[in-house]
Write a protein that binds this ligand. Structure first.
Ligand SMILES: Nc1ncnc2c1ncn2[C@@H]1O[C@H](COP(=O)(O)OP(=O)(O)OP(=O)(O)O)[C@@H](O)[C@H]1O
Length: 304
């Protein structure tokens, strides 16, 4: 079953097209990555799906219903975002108590364990917490809420590498025992690549790529070798990126059937492309592509 379906979803702020014709389907009980450069529209999409802002156009279904002013759907949804603000006098323990009452699937024992593991001083005033400790509040809520749909919007600004690793481990372990739909937006792509089963890349409010991560393993390759051989191989193919150093050249391209074999037969070295590299190549190529009237940035890559 699909947990989330959007059809031609758009959100415009005057002349800013924060989202522009986004159609995606997110299957339930999976961890989805929502990636994109700054300003791509990730937060806007999550705000729409959690009823925090209204769409300019298009349709969306969360657990089969519109989330707009829909208490039933929203009670099944957790939205963890860095920009969350709390009253000045609150301590983490106060926020967690409110969360415990708000989320029907809340697990207090698990929350207590997470507070200890993230060393969150829950009785200290929130305004006195460090940035990482502040982020830990959101992480604890997002995990312990066990909401059927959980959005994490860059949940760990300020968390150090050890705490981030702990978040990924806890997320994966808890997800295995309590399957739910997780949408994770992050700029730490390499760190989360192994967690993600499906990825949507937004770029300037549009879908640049929508694919299962296992399909992505051979969606793009980097070829390298003698510059003349690389040039010959690329004839009739479009490279996302190419570099040349003396007589040697390297190029990255999205692959079609037979490309990898053809590259090897041409005497080139072939290497896989990580999700982070693919992201950088696709978004860079999109940023530098000439603006053509009626051009659809999703056309070539959205079905990789
Ligand atoms: N309330 C608003 N008024 C005007 N423009 C807005 C508003 N909210 C968002 N935008 C614009 O919409 C675009 C998408 O913003 P959004 O916050 O969704 O991006 P993002 O992908 O989450 O970026 P980041 O990775 O930097 O957090 C940006 O150009 C942003 O400036």
């Amino acid at each position: 079953m699909s947990a989330i379906v959007t059809t031609d979803l758009a959100k415009h702020y005057d002349d800013v097209r924060a989202l522009d014709g986004v159609s995606v389907t997110l299957a339930e009980h999976r961890i989805h990555g929502l990636l994109g450069r700054n300003g791509a529209g990730k937060t806007t999409l999550m705000q729409l799906l959690t009823g925090q802002v209204f769409a300019t156009a298009g349709e969306m279904r969360v657990l089969g219903q519109s989330p707009v002013e829909n208490a039933e759907v929203l009670s099944q949804t957790a939205f963890i975002q860095e920009s969350q603000r709390y009253p000045d006098t609150f301590r983490a323990v106060d926020v967690l108590r409110i969360a415990a009452g708000a989320y029907p699937h809340w697990d207090q024992a698990y929350a207590d364990t997470l507070v200890a593991q993230f060393q969150l001083p829950e009785r200290r005033m929130i305004k006195k917490l460090s940035r990482g400790q502040f982020s830990a509040i959101g992480i604890v809520i997002g995990l312990a809420s066990r909401a059927p749909i959980t959005f994490f919007d860059e949940p760990y600004l300020g968390l150090d590498a050890v705490a981030r690793r702990m978040f990924y481990d806890r997320l994966l372990a808890d997800f295995s025992e309590h399957p739910r739909t997780v949408v994770l937006s992050t700029h730490h792509i390499d760190e989360v690549a192994n967690l993600l089963e499906h990825v949507v890349i937004l770029d300037q409010g549009r879908v640049l790529l929508d694919a299962d991560t296992d399909e992505l393993h051979d969606a793009a390759i980097t070829v390298s070798g003698r510059a003349a051989d690389v040039d010959a191989f690329l004839a009739g193919r479009e490279a996302l990126d190419r570099t040349r150093l003396g007589g040697l050249a390297t190029a990255t391209l999205t692959t079609r059937d037979g490309d990898e074999r053809a590259a090897r037969e041409a005497g080139l070295d072939v290497a896989p492309v990580s999700l982070q590299e693919l992201f950088v190549h696709l978004t860079t190529a999109s940023a530098t592509a000439p603006a053509t009237a009626g051009a659809d940035p999703a056309t070539d890559v959205a079905t990789v």
